[in-house]
Design a protein around this ligand. Structure first.
Ligand SMILES: *Cc1c(COP(=O)(O)O)cnc(C)c1O
Length: 243
């Protein structure tokens, strides 16, 4: 008797979670202008949870650890578009290059080089974003705006033919100061436009600006974001210490 109730409770709870994941996705989608894509950040969440989001129609997911992604990818539907959004060590690039849809967190030229070389080995072209350091926090990764401009004036597409540089990614400072977050997104958008206008940049490819997370995505969208990366607003809180 007791056992049966526990089981029913579990089913009800699972349904509740599934319902709310679906509702969360729908309600976020309804606030996104056309052309802005939602990456559901599923790090630290189990495959069953990802499947709930998949069943609700979500196809683009973001992960930030190679091992975790390598565990999840083979057991989930093949039409999921996986985006890598975390720190990526060069020696691990080869594990994700065969299937990754986009590596959003390219924070050094060495990494770009490695992605290009691993992609060439398997005759693939990998979509990437260059990560820009716009936040005040020293803990965040990425190129400084000037380093980024220098990178692009060096004719990247000729140097790395097996990567497609689709745009920029950045994270704002973790703060309640809305003005500051807005300014940082605006700065990133300005840099994006500046690089897009360079003669060396292929405008047909360089089109994405990935900025905005659960707490600041509406500000990011206002500043011209084309990709938002949202985790906790879809799946609930994670253990923040692990991020
Ligand atoms: C975890 C993470 C996110 C999602 O964060 P939420 O606040 O849970 O939406 C977005 N981008 C990056 C790079 C992340 O590591």
């Amino acid at each position: 008797m007791h056992k049966k109730n526990a089981r029913n409770d579990k089913i009800t709870y699972t349904k509740f979670i599934a319902m709310s994941i679906k509702n969360n996705i729908l309600s976020i989608q309804s606030t996104l202008p056309e052309g802005v894509r939602l990456v559901a950040v599923s790090k630290f969440h189990p495959v069953e949870t990802i499947r709930e989001a998949y069943d609700a129609g979500q196809r683009v997911f973001g992960e930030n650890r190679v091992q975790e992604l390598a565990d999840k990818q083979p057991v989930l539907p093949p039409d999921i578009e996986w985006h890598f959004i975390g720190t990526l060590q060069t020696n691990k690039v080869k594990y994700i290059v065969p299937y990754i849809a986009m590596i959003q967190s390219v924070d050094s030229e060495k990494l770009l080089q490695e992605i290009d070389s691993q992609a060439r080995k398997i005759n693939r072209t990998v979509n990437v974003l260059i990560e820009i350091h716009i936040a005040e926090e020293a803990s965040k990764h990425g190129f400084l705006p000037d380093e980024c401009k220098e990178l692009f004036t060096n004719d990247l597409s000729k140097k790395y033919p097996n990567v497609k540089i689709c745009g920029l990614m950045g994270m704002a400072t973790f703060t309640d100061n809305v003005g500051q977050v807005e300014r940082e997104f605006e700065k990133l958008h300005d840099l994006f436009e500046e690089i897009r206008a360079l003669p060396q940049t292929d405008e047909a490819v360089f089109q994405e600006l990935s900025m905005g997370m659960s707490d600041d995505y509406l500000l990011a969208v206002k500043q011209g974001s084309t990709i938002v990366r949202i985790g906790s607003k879809i799946f609930g809180e994670r253990n923040k210490r692990n991020t």
